[in-house]
Design a protein around this ligand. Structure first.
Ligand code: ADP
Ligand code: MG
Length: 552
């Protein structure tokens, strides 16, 4: 992905425009000055002969402002605290690269095979029969002149009269909104799709060391640190300290093997799905970065790692998918708490699809081509499945390739996603260009559900404080009730103790009475015995007297 090769034609004067008048009328030819197969015409022409003649394609977009649902002013506001996911279509931009040296020297046709009008691209009325692409273009439904596709953005980078869309234009158009979203706690993904040599790596990475030619990724990292510094300064001025952590990871998928580009150890890593974090790669290095020079070091290191891998496997880096991801964490101190914002932005440079017939690949190269085409065809099946092509109950085959599993969130989940479809302007590549445009217009129908990944800790603290107060009041109520119950219990116990003492006293009194009664009874019995003895003695005395009297 790093350091796109030089040698092909480059845009000249960098001037922002995505519209241009064709140099020559459709269908004329000039072998010395080959025209691209794709040319752009001004929007005013859409109602005129040039654009008016185009049929409205099935993919007409209601987002005619070209900002799609990713326009920050259309999305949820910066102050939104909502964590409800919002439904957005994937935003699709098309970039047309300049004719390369081979195409120029081959002396391509001047007749345009495809024409562009504003934000729509269509097959030109007069398809070229230039011989450069072998047999004449088959006029089938697939390549039918007049077929039209509408996109959110079209970047014309064909350098004809100094009006080619520059790397900066592409960055400002699709890179900056992703960054703004990231600072707003939305995940983002930019993936570049297109045939080999269509300008994917140039657009994503370009030449990171060149001011004009660096791609969206190095520009985005540079701007991110600027934006962070500005925001930190602004917030500090208003007394709100902010702390930022930026982590970067860099991986490639080559023949279904996933390698960490930030380590020299080339071991095949796995993609796992986490219910909260989404797809992630356990063991992948996430390097902290604090400045652009930190990021540049990682990009260089990754590029060298890719090159080493490529040599040992006889592969060019463009034959693997490369994913550079930035994880952003911002913690802002607020009155009585903090606000935590998290986002993840991925830049995906896909390997290009290729036709074996054209490349003439054999052996290991052919196997590589088959692996690339397989993972891209899984991507294509995922997109078709997400657009409902295979019916509603069809399981989306994310797990059929590491690439699609890794991109699961970007393709249908928590992400605001942008597809950059790169195409060649050459008539020679018309079939591939149409195939890319078809894929891109399918992607426009795919919806993701991004949500703001933020946690307002101030609200959390407030709610925890309220909860604490509620619990404290409840505890106080329970404590006073416990005290009352305790007092009542103590009173009851005192009563019980008094009762016990009284019962004890009564018992003792009873025993005393019983004892006295016993004594009385005993005394009475003794007295009775004495009386009886006395009575007996008296009786005996009487008897004795009586006997004496009788004897007398
Ligand atoms: P891909 O990654 O799609 O296989 P590259 O990005 O490597 O293709 O592009 C192939 C060649 O075309 C490179 O030499 C690159 O510098 C050049 N190129 C691609 N797009 C542009 C552009 N917009 N302007 C100038 N040169 C470009
Ligand atoms: Mg490439």
């Amino acid at each position: 992905m790093a350091g796109a090769a030089a040698g092909d034609s480059k845009p000249g004067v960098r001037k922002r425009t995505d519209l241009r008048v064709p140099d020559q009328p459709w269908g004329t030819s000039s072998p010395s000055s080959p025209s691209p197969a794709i040319v752009l015409v001004p929007p005013s022409a859409s109602s005129s002969a040039n654009c008016g003649a185009q049929e409205r394609g099935q993919n007409s977009s209601p987002d005619e402002d070209g900002l799609g649902s990713h326009n920050p002013s259309k999305g949820s506001s910066r102050d939104s605290r909502s964590e409800r996911p919002e439904s957005n279509n994937i935003r699709v931009a098309v970039r047309i690269r300049p004719l390369n040296a081979r195409e120029v020297s081959a002396g391509g046709p001047t007749a345009a095979a495809i024409q562009v009008c504003g934000k729509s691209v269509s097959i030109a009325k007069e398809a070229p029969n230039d011989g450069a692409r072998g047999p004449a273009v088959t006029i089938s439904e697939y390549l039918r002149p007049g077929r039209t596709w509408n996109f959110d953005e079209v970047y014309d980078s064909i350098d004809k009269s100094g009006t080619a869309a520059t790397q900066e234009d592409v960055f400002e158009g699709i890179g900056v909104p992703i960054l703004e979203n990231a600072l707003d706690a939305y995940n983002g993904c930019l993936f570049a799709y297109g045939q080999t040599s269509s300008g994917k790596s140039h657009s994503i990475m370009g030449d990171p060391s060149s001011g004009a030619d660096k791609g969206v990724l190095p520009r985005a990292c540079e701007r991110l640190f600027d934006m962070i510094a500005r925001k930190t300064e602004q917030l500090a001025a208003s007394g709100t300290p902010m702390q930022t952590t930026v982590l970067a990871s860099y991986l490639e998928i080559y023949q279904e093997k996933l390698f960490d580009l930030l380590t020299a150890t080339r071991s095949d890593l796995q993609v796992r799905l986490h219910k909260d974090l989404g797809p992630h790669v356990p063991g992948l290095i996430q390097a902290p970065v604090a400045s652009m020079s930190d990021v540049s070091e990682l990009i260089d290191f990754g590029a060298k790692n890719r090159a080493v891998g490529a040599t040992s496997m006889n592969a060019h880096s463009s034959r693997s998918h490369a994913v550079f991801t930035i994880d952003l964490h911002i913690a802002m101190a607020m009155d009585g708490g903090t606000r935590d914002l998290r986002s993840k932005v991925s830049f995906v440079d896909l390997a290009g699809s290729e036709k074996q017939k054209k490349t003439g690949a054999t052996g290991e190269r052919l196997q590589e081509g088959i692996a690339i085409n397989q993972s891209l065809s899984t991507l294509s099946r995922v997109i078709q499945s997400l657009t409902g092509c295979f019916g509603k109950n069809m399981v989306v085959p994310f797990r059929d390739s590491k690439l699609t599993l890794l991109l699961k969130d970007a393709l249908s989940g928590n992400s605001r996603t942008v597809l950059l479809a790169c195409v060649s302007p050459a008539a020679f590549n018309l079939e591939e260009t149409v195939s890319t445009l078809e894929f891109a217009s399918k992607c426009k129908l795919v919806k993701t559900s991004a949500k703001q990944n933020q946690e307002d800790k101030r609200e959390l603290i407030e709610s925890l404080t309220a909860e604490k107060e509620r619990i404290a009041a409840q505890l106080a109520r329970e404590a006073s009730m416990r005290e009352r119950l305790q007092a009542e219990l103590e009173k009851e116990m005192e009563n019980a103790r008094a009762h016990q003492i009284r019962a004890q006293n009564i018992h003792e009194e009873k025993e005393e009475i019983e004892r006295q009664l016993g004594e009385l009874l005993e005394a009475h019995a003794t007295e009775k015995q004495v009386e009886e003895a006395k009575a007996k003695a008296v009786e005996q005395e009487l008897k004795k007297r009586h006997k004496e009297l009788e004897e007398q």
